[in-house]
Write a protein that binds this ligand. Structure first.
Ligand code: CP
Ligand code: NVA
Length: 308
C-alpha cells in the first residue's frame, strides 16, 4: 500500500489491519502512552475545500505521532494559480514525507499519487471520502462488537459518502442498502466496481429509490448533507427533491430498535435529519468524528513509518 485513495484499492485484510491499529492507538492514547513513530516526518495537507474535522484530526494526529503537519491552502500555493499537478508532485516529494489532499476532482488525486514518490492520502474528493468510512467502520465495530451480519443503510444523495460506504461494505462483507432519488443515484462506475467486491464477500447490495425499503431492519442508518461542497447553487432545488429522504423519527422506526444513527458531519438539522434522531440515544456522530483522529493516525503510520 503506497497511497490511501479508495477503499476499493485495499484488501479486506488491509482494512482490518488499519482498524486494529487505530483501536490500539486509541487505547494507548487514552492510557497516556505516546507513539512518536513519525518523528521528524512532515505531512503536507492540501485543501481546496473547507474542513473542520479533517484538518484538525490530521494536524493533531500528525503532532501526536511526533511529526509536523503543514497546512497548504490551495488558494495560497501555485497549484491554485495553474501550476500542474505533475510539477507540484515532483517538487513536494523533495520536501515532504507524505501528502494529504482534499479537492474536487478525484482524477487530480490519482495523478498526484502517480507522480509523487511519497504516500498520498485522499481526504475527500467529489467521488470518495475513504478516511471517513474507515473511521465509521471502526465506530460500527466498537458499537456492535462485530462487522458481521449487519445491514448498513445510507439514505440521501448518491455522493462521495454513498460511494465510499458502498466500497467499505463490499470489502468487509456488510449488507448495504442505498436509497436516493432519481437523478441523484450513485455513480454507475462505482456501483459496478462495488458489485465485484460484494460478489467476492458474499454480501448484498440494494440500490433503490425507496427509503422505507432501504431502512427496513437496518443496523446502521447513515445520511449526509443534501448539498455537498461545490453544489451551493443547487441548494433550493435539492431541498425540494430530497425532503422525502429525510431521516426522521417515523422513518427511523423501520430500522432495528438498536440501530446506530451515523453522519459524517457537518449536519443540517431539519433537512437530511431531524433533531430528535441526530441528537437521540442511537446517534454516534461524535464517536465517528473522534475516530477520524485514530483512523488517520493508523493510515499515516502504515504509509509513512519506515520500518512498517
Ligand atoms: N466529515 C468531514 O470530513 O468533516 P470536515 O469537512 O469538517 O473535514
Ligand atoms: N458530501 C459532503 C461530505 C462532507 C464531509 C461534501 O462533499 O461536502
Amino acid at each position: 500500500m503506497k497511497d490511501f485513495i479508495s477503499l476499493h484499492d485495499l484488501t479486506k485484510e488491509e482494512i482490518e489491519n488499519l482498524i486494529k491499529l487505530s483501536i490500539e492507538l486509541k487505547t494507548d492514547l487514552k492510557k497516556g502512552i505516546q507513539h512518536k513513530i513519525l518523528k521528524d516526518k512532515t505531512l503536507g495537507m492540501i485543501f481546496s475545500k473547507s474542513s473542520t474535522r479533517t484538518r484538525v484530526s490530521f494536524e493533531v494526529g500528525m503532532t501526536q505521532l511526533g511529526g509536523y503537519p503543514l497546512f497548504l491552502s490551495a488558494n495560497d500555493i501555485q497549484l491554485g494559480r495553474g501550476e500542474t499537478i505533475y510539477d507540484t508532485a515532483k517538487v513536494l516529494e523533495r520536501y515532504l514525507d507524505g501528502i494529504m489532499i482534499r479537492t474536487y476532482s478525484h482524477d487530480d488525486v490519482i495523478e498526484l499519487a502517480k507522480h509523487a514518490d511519497i504516500p498520498v492520502i485522499n481526504a475527500l474528493t467529489d467521488l470518495l471520502h475513504p478516511c471517513q468510512v474507515l473511521a465509521d467502520l471502526q465506530t460500527v465495530y466498537e458499537k456492535k462488537g462485530t462487522l458481521e451480519n449487519l445491514k448498513f443503510t445510507y439514505i440521501g444523495d448518491g455522493n462521495n459518502m454513498a460511494h465510499s460506504i458502498m466500497y467499505g461494505c463490499g470489502k468487509m462483507g456488510i449488507d448495504c442498502a442505498i436509497a436516493s432519488p432519481q437523478g441523484y443515484m450513485p455513480n454507475q462506475d462505482v456501483i459496478d466496481n462495488a458489485k465485484e467486491d460484494f460478489k467476492k464477500s458474499g454480501a448484498d447490495l440494494i440500490i433503490t429509490q425507496d427509503p422505507v425499503e432501504a431502512i427496513k431492519d437496518a443496523d446502521i442508518v447513515y445520511t449526509d448533507t443534501w448539498v455537498s461542497m461545490g453544489q451551493e447553487a443547487e441548494k433550493a432545488e435539492r431541498i425540494k427533491i430530497f425532503m422525502p429522504y429525510q431521516i426522521n423519527k417515523e422513518l427511523f422506526k423501520n430500522a432495528k430498535s438498536d440501530a446506530l444513527f451515523m453522519h459524517c458531519l457537518p449536519a443540517y438539522r431539519g433537512y437530511e435529519v431531524t433533531e430528535d434522531v441526530i441528537d437521540g440515544a442511537n446517534s454516534v456522530i461524535f464517536d465517528e468524528a473522534e475516530n477520524r483522529l485514530h483512523a488517520q493516525k493508523a493510515i499515516m503510520a502504515t504509509l509513512m513509518q519506515e520500518d512498517r
